[in-house]
Design a protein around this ligand. Structure first.
Ligand SMILES: Nc1ncnc2c1ncn2[C@@H]1O[C@H](COP(=O)(O)OP(=O)(O)OP(=O)(O)O)[C@@H](O)[C@H]1O
Length: 253
């Protein structure tokens, strides 16, 4: 379980997050939703220990991780960044194996068990056919899939993903959202930033709407993402329709 309590963060004088509190339970796929610049990536960087919050606490299974060294946090939380350009042409299988780094023992390097876990993760995400290719030769969408396999190989209880499907074609988007849903159901706590309100409403169990430094709305996506909330975020540009069991956000034309 991931719990954020009264978190605030400023870049120098520029306050970006103020008094943010929420819980992502085991088994939940939780979205962070908010306009460009709302502070989603900043919140994620605080959660994974890249940035130290000015105030507040972050707990994983009741343990405060705010003062934990980043190597220890990496055993608890896997992070899939928005984009990642490595300086060397590592092979895809090497990039995925890096997900095992927090579990390795000193100088001995990866064991067969670690290699097997990396292979399993590549198979689950459907990138095993790319295993021997240089990561730097992949398309943006293929790189996103590889980073997801790397996070899966990390075997953490919490996964944090920054717009993981932004570069993917529609089939791969649905595939990844279904995988994330399945991973959450298997007992993980997953928090994911997303700009598409429809994907968010179709797949997520919970949403945190960030706006003007604070949480504007929080809860079940179907009930939380109202036309009023959308209007506060974007102005009067869209409305919500019901089609079968789905709610769909459509533009006002
Ligand atoms: N390193 C930094 N130094 C100073 N200000 C920053 C830094 N990184 C981000 N900011 C500012 O913090 C605010 C939040 O940025 P952040 O990247 O967290 O937003 P976001 O919600 O992830 O945006 P997007 O949807 O565009 O990815 C923005 O105003 C941004 O300009």
């Amino acid at each position: 379980m991931l719990e954020v309590k009264n978190l605030s963060y400023s870049y120098g004088e520029h306050e970006v997050l103020k008094d943010i509190s929420f819980v992502v339970n085991k088994g939940e796929l939780c979205a962070i939703f908010g306009p460009n610049g709302a502070g989603k990536s900043t919140l994620f960087k605080c959660i994974i220990g890249f940035l130290k919050p000015n105030r507040g606490e972050i707990h994983v299974n009741g343990q405060d991780i705010t003062k934990m060294p980043i190597e220890k946090i990496a055993k608890l939380i896997a992070y899939v960044p928005q984009e990642h350009k490595p300086p060397f042409p590592y092979l895809v299988k090497e990039v995925v194996l890096m997900g095992r780094t927090p579990h390795l023992n000193g100088i001995f390097g990866p064991k067969k068990e670690d290699v097997d876990k990396a292979i399993k993760a590549m198979e689950a995400i459907g990138v095993i056919n790319l295993a021997d290719k240089p990561y730097t030769d992949l398309s943006g969408g293929q790189r996103q899939l590889v980073l997801l396999a790397r996070a899966l190989a990390q075997e953490t209880e919490v996964m944090v993903l920054d717009e993981p499907t932004s570069a993917l074609d529609f089939r791969n988007q649905l595939k990844i959202w279904n995988i994330l849903k399945k991973l959450a159901k298997s007992g993980m706590s997953i928090i994911v930033s997303v700009h598409d309100p429809n994907l968010m409403m179709w797949f997520c169990d919970k949403v945190i709407v960030l706006h003007k430094k604070r949480i504007l709305a929080y809860g079940n996506p179907q009930e939380t993402l109202t036309e009023e909330v959308l209007k506060s975020l974007y102005g009067d540009i869209c409305e919500i329709k019901n089609i079968d069991k789905f709610k769909i956000v459509v533009p006002k034309l």
